[in-house]
Design a binder for this molecule. Structure first.
Ligand SMILES: Nc1ncnc2c1ncn2[C@@H]1O[C@H](COP(=O)(O)OP(=O)(O)OP(=O)(O)O)[C@@H](O)[C@H]1O
Ligand SMILES: [Mg+2]
Length: 283
């Protein structure tokens, strides 16, 4: 499949990428000639059935594939840099300075032995970012944590999954990444918290001008928040286009089958009308 043309220089360009897992039980082709170009500031969702290659693709963007996964062909270019050609310190710098990852399991991604405030300091200090108490409190407020002073003094096991996800979003956004990658960031949360967290991610992404690449099973939320959707099926991109077009009038028969099999919340309005509710631009 040819990557669609996008206005402006893409921040992410994947060309003909194929990858396979080699295990004792055999070889699994996880990505099959995937091509994708993502423009600056785009909000892109990647959907597809379980095992279709969504996580493998999002991991490949930061050259963070598991050991068993090998690239067979193709290239990944992030912010103009061929990630395969970068040295160890260069790829670390790219990840640290330009990519933000929002984890699927927010509590598991935090250090259980350390209070939240200390973890934020350790994440921000090496980047030369301010990490005084007032900055940390402002950061917690930016992700709508009530009583931020108290939260900074808590350990991960003392906070809810929703609060842990807010903390991990704060950690990711504080680094001001140009590209935010979220692989099922709300998978472990209940429905209401899930909506709040997604709204937070989208609003912060828009306010910062970052690009969002969001892996999701939730088509209702994808329709509400993302302008473009990519559908994966068996390691391939089978559809790529404006969300409304793909979800309401899919081009391919297999996309229709896939969409029918995935959960959706059709009552959720599209992003344009959702944001028009209060007549304000997102903050
Ligand atoms: N560590 C691994 N070892 C072997 N095979 C793997 C491994 N991780 C993933 N795979 C295989 O690679 C393919 C793509 O998996 P991937 O995790 O990228 O799918 P996914 O779309 O993210 O699925 P899900 O929606 O369940 O998270 C699948 O066939 C999967 O079984
Ligand atoms: Mg996955």
């Amino acid at each position: 499949m040819i990557a669609p043309t996008v206005p402006g220089r893409p921040v992410v360009e994947v060309v003909d990428l194929s990858a396979e897992y080699r295990t004792r039980r055999g070889v699994v082709r996880a990505l099959d000639r995937v091509s994708l170009a993502v423009a600056p500031g785009e909000l892109l969702a990647i959907v597809g059935e379980s095992g279709s290659g969504k996580s493998t693709l999002s991991q490949a963007l930061g050259r963070m594939l598991p050991r068993a996964c090998h690239l067979v062909s193709g290239s990944v270019t992030v912010l103009g840099r061929d990630v395969a050609a970068l040295g160890a310190s260069e790829i670390r710098t790219l990840r640290r300075e330009s990519l933000g990852f929002i984890p699927q399991d927010p509590i598991g991604s935090l250090d259980p032995t350390m209070r939240i405030g200390r973890q934020l300091v350790l994440a921000l200090k090496p980047l030369g970012k301010a990490c005084d108490p007032a900055t940390l409190i402002a950061l917690m407020e930016s992700v709508k944590i009530v009583d931020p002073e108290r939260a900074l003094g808590l350990f991960p096991h003392e906070i809810s999954g929703g609060m842990a996800q807010r903390v991990s979003i704060a950690m990711a956004m504080a680094r001001e990444p140009e590209i935010l990658i979220a692989d099922e960031p709300t998978g472990s949360l209940d429905a209401q918290v899930r909506e709040e967290i997604l709204e937070l991610i989208v609003r912060l992404t828009r306010a910062s001008g970052a690009t969002l690449i969001w892996v999701s099973h939730d088509l209702g939320a994808v329709r509400r928040w993302c302008e473009r959707v990519v559908v994966m099926y068996r390691g391939r991109i089978v559809e790529d286009g404006p969300t409304d077009q793909v979800l309401i009038d899919p081009e391919h028969e297999y996309t229709r089958t896939l969409l029918a099999a995935l959960p959706t919340t059709s009552s959720i309005p599209h992003i344009a009308s959702a944001l028009a509710d209060d007549g304000k631009e997102p903050v």
